[in-house]
Design a protein around this ligand. Structure first.
Ligand code: ZN
Ligand code: ZN
Length: 387
């Protein structure tokens, strides 16, 4: 695997960073130790500027090249998950009920490795903005960093991210032009009638038949409103009403999740849901309210930037080590918010067989850290070359 030689030379150092982060997992936006650890390394590397406290514990490190040029954003996530670790690794989490089960310790390590190399060599034009974000798993740390203006503030023109893939051969890169991960929306439909005695149903307005009717009608959205080429996954995952056999409840609700690859499909689902809710409210004489929340945008790769990224991946992993037209997946990533703000691409880097993401036995494969760091470094040098 032709990783950048200079980066291969500090593979052991990267391993110590990664394992320190693995032993010290933190959640959401609350990453005081992790962000201090990352900031300390970045200062050591001699980055030109370090902007901390973005989206609470996020940061952006700027590395200037040797000539004027555009700014490339490289992003890593730093947060862990509320899972009790069962990997058995010597460097297991020291905090019960928290662990790095999604490899974000590895993502942060790979970007730190690239930052160290880029700050040392600077064989590129323009500048690099290394983006370290909190709260990828829950809370939309990436969304928040975009809302706090990082793209304009640091003049970021393009942005790239990397996620480890336990299901992919070790050291192989997977990506695709267009949507690679789905949006994640949440909905809740509340139905209110009039409660009463189970024996006197004619005096009550029972919300349960309305809820059941809404539930059935919702299933026609993926079945009847989705165009064949559109991806749409919709699940009602909760339905609640009533608490005793002889009481007609006053109200009830149902809720679930919607996954799609484009905003037109999200718009269609929200509109159809509202129509179904309003129509059923009238038909059953209840009041019904839809709460539709768009948590995460789809992660959509720019076709041109996907090619640029695939070229850098090939330089590191070879022709056979890159598949740049894999099928999209139904999972979600809040990197989608960054790709909605700027063109770029998201890639998976294979770790070889092992427990899947979010599994208590998961552990990042340290052997891929130099490969990921080399990819970031190569991407910068290839796409922003010195004249
Ligand atoms: Zn995850
Ligand atoms: Zn993740």
């Amino acid at each position: 695997m032709p990783v950048v030689n200079r980066i291969a030379a500090y593979a052991d150092e990267m391993k110590t960073w990664r394992r320190w982060m693995h032993r010290n997992p933190e959640l959401g936006f609350d990453l005081p130790k992790t962000s201090a650890f990352v900031a300390e390394r970045l200062r050591d590397f001699g980055v030109d500027a370090l902007h901390e406290g973005i989206a609470k514990t996020g940061m952006v490190a700027i590395i200037e090249g040797r000539a004027p040029g555009p700014t490339i954003g490289l992003r890593a996530d730093m947060d862990a998950l509320p899972i009790h670790e069962a990997s058995g690794a010597e460097w297991s989490s020291e905090t019960p009920g928290r662990m790095h089960a999604c490899g974000h310790d590895g993502h942060t390590t790979m970007l730190l490795g690239a930052a160290k190399y880029l700050a040392e060599t600077r064989n590129f034009a323009g500048r690099v903005a290394c983006i370290f974000q909190p709260a990828e798993e829950n809370g939309g740390g990436g969304v928040k960093m975009v809302e706090e203006g990082i793209m304009d503030r640091f003049g970021i023109d393009r942005v790239f991210g990397l996620h480890c893939g336990p299901h992919i051969p070790m050291g192989h890169f997977h990506t695709r032009p267009g949507p690679i991960l789905a949006s994640a929306d949440e909905f809740r439909i509340e139905v209110t009638g009039r409660g009463g005695h189970g024996a006197n149903s004619h005096k009550a307005i029972d919300p349960i038949p309305a809820l059941v009717s809404i539930l059935q009608a919702l299933s026609t959205i993926p079945a009847r409103n989705r165009a064949p080429a559109e991806m749409l996954a919709m699940s009602v995952t909760q339905i609640h009403a009533g608490q005793a056999h002889n009481i007609i409840p006053e109200a009830g609700w149902l809720g679930g999740t919607v996954r799609a690859y484009d905003t037109a499909t999200q718009d269609m689902v929200e509109r159809r849901m509202q129509e179904i809710v309003d129509g059923n409210a009238a038909a059953f004489g209840v009041t019904a309210r839809l709460e539709y929340t768009r948590d995460l945008a789809a992660t959509v790769n720019d076709p041109g930037e996907t090619e640029v990224a695939a070229r850098a991946a090939r330089a590191v992993a070879g022709e056979a080590g890159v598949d740049d037209n894999v099928p999209a997946r139904n999972g979600s990533e809040d990197f989608g918010a960054m790709l909605a703000a700027r063109p770029g691409a998201f890639l998976f880097l294979g770790m070889g067989d092992g427990p899947y993401l979010h599994d208590p036995k998961f552990d990042f494969n340290d052997d891929i850290a130099p490969i990921g760091a080399s990819f970031f470094a190569t991407l910068v040098e290839q796409s922003q070359p010195l004249a």
